[in-house]
Design a binder for this molecule. Structure first.
Ligand SMILES: Cc1ncc(COP(=O)(O)O)c(C=O)c1O
Length: 406
C-alpha cells in the first residue's frame, strides 16, 4: 500500500510571522508590556496577566489562604496539574462527574458534592464549548463558595474574556495548543478587589520568566511549523518510527509545558511572572482580527464532522452551547485500532489519555468518585478536525470512523 500524507493532530494557532514577531520582541523586549496587556484585556482593571493559568490558580489559592483540608470541587476532566496545584496547597480536590453530551457536572452533582469544608468550585469549559455555568454555580453560591469559570480552552475572541457574569474568577490560557496562542501566558479575571490586590502583590514578588527561555521555545515552534505540512509530518512520523518512537510521544515531549515531578518543583516552575516579550506577543495575538474568522471556520468544520459521523460514535460535548470545536473528541469501542487505522490512512488521531485525566476521588471524600469520567477516559480519541484539513479529507475520515465503529 502506498504511503499517504499525514494530517497533524492539531494545528498550532500561530503563523510563522507571529512567531517571528515574538522572536523580535525577545531581542528587544518592550517596556511596560504586562501593564499594557492587562489594560487592553480589561479597561475595568479586573484582569491579571500571568505566566499560565496554573500560575494564576496557584496565586489565587495562596491569596485565599483557605484552612488546610478545605475542598475544591472541580470538573473531573481537566489537566492533571490543576488537581496537583490544589493538593500542593494542602487542599482537597473533589471530582465532579460529567457526562458525554455536556462534559459538565449537573447542578445536582454539584449540590450533592458540597460538604461542610467545600470552599471553591472550578468548572472547566471543555473543548471551547460553554457549560451552563449559571445553573451549576447556584448551589455553590448558596453555600458561600467561590466560583471559578475555567475557560482555559475556550478563547474565541476578545468578547469571551468577559467570562460568565456569575463567576468570581475567570481563566483564559494562551499556552501552546490554545487558540491565539502566544506559546504561554494566561489572563485571569478576578472580580473581588481585595483578592486581586493580594494576588498582584504575591506575583510582584515572583521572578520574571527568563526571556531567553521564552525565545528558545518560540524558536522550537518555528522549527516545528515546518512539520505542519502533511507530507513533512509523515516524514517526522517515519523518522520517529525508525528510532522506535511513536510520533505521539515525540509531539507530546516537544509541546509539554512545565516538567515537574514533585509539588514543590511544580510550584517553583509556576511562580514566575511572564516576560515582557511574552506579554507583548500575547497582546498582539489578541488584537489580531483573524482569530474570530478562524474559530468560525473551525466551528463549521466540527459541525460538518458531527453531521457526517451521523451518530456512529458519540461526539463528546455535542449537546453543549456555543461549540467551537477547539478539539474534536469521540468515544469509541476500539481506540487503539481506530488510531492505528486513521494514522495509516493519513489522519493523526490521538488517544485522549495523553491529554486529559480524571481527577481521582480524594481519600478524604472517597464516596465522591467521578465514575463516568474515570471509566470512559480510555475510550476517547481526538480526531484532526480543523479547517486546514481539506473538507474532502475530513469527510473521508468520517467514513473511515463510521466503517470501523458504526
Ligand atoms: C481545563 C484546563 N484548565 C487549566 C489549564 C491550564 O492552562 P495553562 O497551560 O495556561 O496553565 C488547561 C490547559 O490546557 C486546561 O485545559
Amino acid at each position: 500500500m502506498s504511503l499517504r500524507a499525514l494530517f497533524p493532530r492539531h494545528r498550532i494557532d500561530a503563523e510563522p510571522a507571529d512567531l517571528g514577531r515574538a522572536l523580535a520582541a525577545c531581542a528587544l523586549p518592550p517596556r511596560g508590556a504586562a501593564g499594557a496587556l492587562e489594560a487592553w484585556a480589561s479597561p475595568d482593571g479586573e484582569v491579571l496577566a500571568t505566566l499560565s493559568v496554573r500560575s494564576g490558580f496557584d496565586a489565587l489559592l495562596t491569596a485565599l489562604a483557605l484552612p488546610a483540608g478545605s475542598e475544591v470541587l472541580m470538573s473531573a476532566w481537566t489537566i492533571p496539574d490543576m488537581a496537583r496545584v490544589v493538593r500542593a496547597h494542602g487542599l482537597v480536590p473533589v471530582p465532579l462527574d460529567c457526562d458525554a453530551a455536556t462534559l459538565a457536572p449537573t447542578a445536582e452533582t454539584v449540590a450533592r458534592a458540597i460538604g461542610p469544608r467545600s470552599r471553591v468550585l472550578v468548572i472547566a469549559q471543555l473543548f471551547g464549548a460553554r457549560a451552563p455555568i449559571e445553573a451549576l454555580a447556584e448551589p455553590a453560591r448558596r453555600a458561600g463558595m467561590l466560583v471559578v469559570d475555567d475557560d482555559a480552552q475556550g478563547y474565541s475572541g476578545p468578547a469571551r474574556l468577559a467570562g460568565s457574569a456569575c463567576a468570581d474568577v475567570v481563566f483564559h490560557s494562551f499556552g501552546t495548543l490554545k487558540t491565539a496562542t502566544a506559546l504561554g501566558g494566561g489572563l485571569v479575571r478576578v472580580r473581588d478587589r481585595g483578592v486581586r490586590a493580594r494576588m498582584r502583590a504575591l506575583m510582584e514578588r515572583w521572578p520574571e520568566q527568563a526571556t531567553e527561555r521564552y525565545a528558545r521555545k518560540v524558536a522550537t515552534f518555528m522549527a516545528l511549523a515546518a512539520t505542519r505540512d502533511p507530507w513533512r509530518y509523515r516524514a517526522l512520523e517515519r523518522v520517529a518510527a525508525g528510532v522506535g518512537r511513536d510520533v505521539d510521544a515525540v509531539v507530546t515531549a516537544l509541546t509539554r509545558g512545565f516538567a515537574a515531578d514533585t509539588p514543590e518543583a511544580l510550584l517553583r516552575a509556576l511562580r514566575q511572572r511572564p516576560c515582557e516579550a511574552l506579554c507583548a506577543t500575547l497582546r498582539r495575538r489578541l488584537e489580531a482580527s483573524t482569530t474570530g474568522e478562524r474559530v468560525a471556520r473551525r466551528r463549521e468544520a466540527g459541525e460538518r464532522m458531527l453531521t457526517r459521523l451521523g451518530g456512529a460514535v458519540t461526539v463528546l460535548g455535542d449537546a453543549m452551547e456555543e461549540r467551537t470545536h477547539w478539539l474534536f473528541a469521540v468515544l469509541v469501542r476500539e481506540p487503539d485500532r481506530l488510531v492505528q487505522t486513521l494514522r495509516r490512512e493519513g489522519y493523526d488521531a490521538a488517544r485522549g489519555t495523553s491529554t486529559i485525566a480524571a481527577v481521582s476521588a480524594a481519600p478524604e471524600r472517597p464516596e465522591q468518585r467521578a465514575g463516568w469520567c474515570e471509566s470512559w477516559r480510555s475510550a476517547v480519541v481526538f480526531l484532526p478536525v480543523y479547517p486546514e484539513v481539506p473538507e474532502g479529507e475530513r469527510d473521508r475520515m468520517a467514513e473511515l470512523v463510521r466503517a470501523m465503529e458504526g
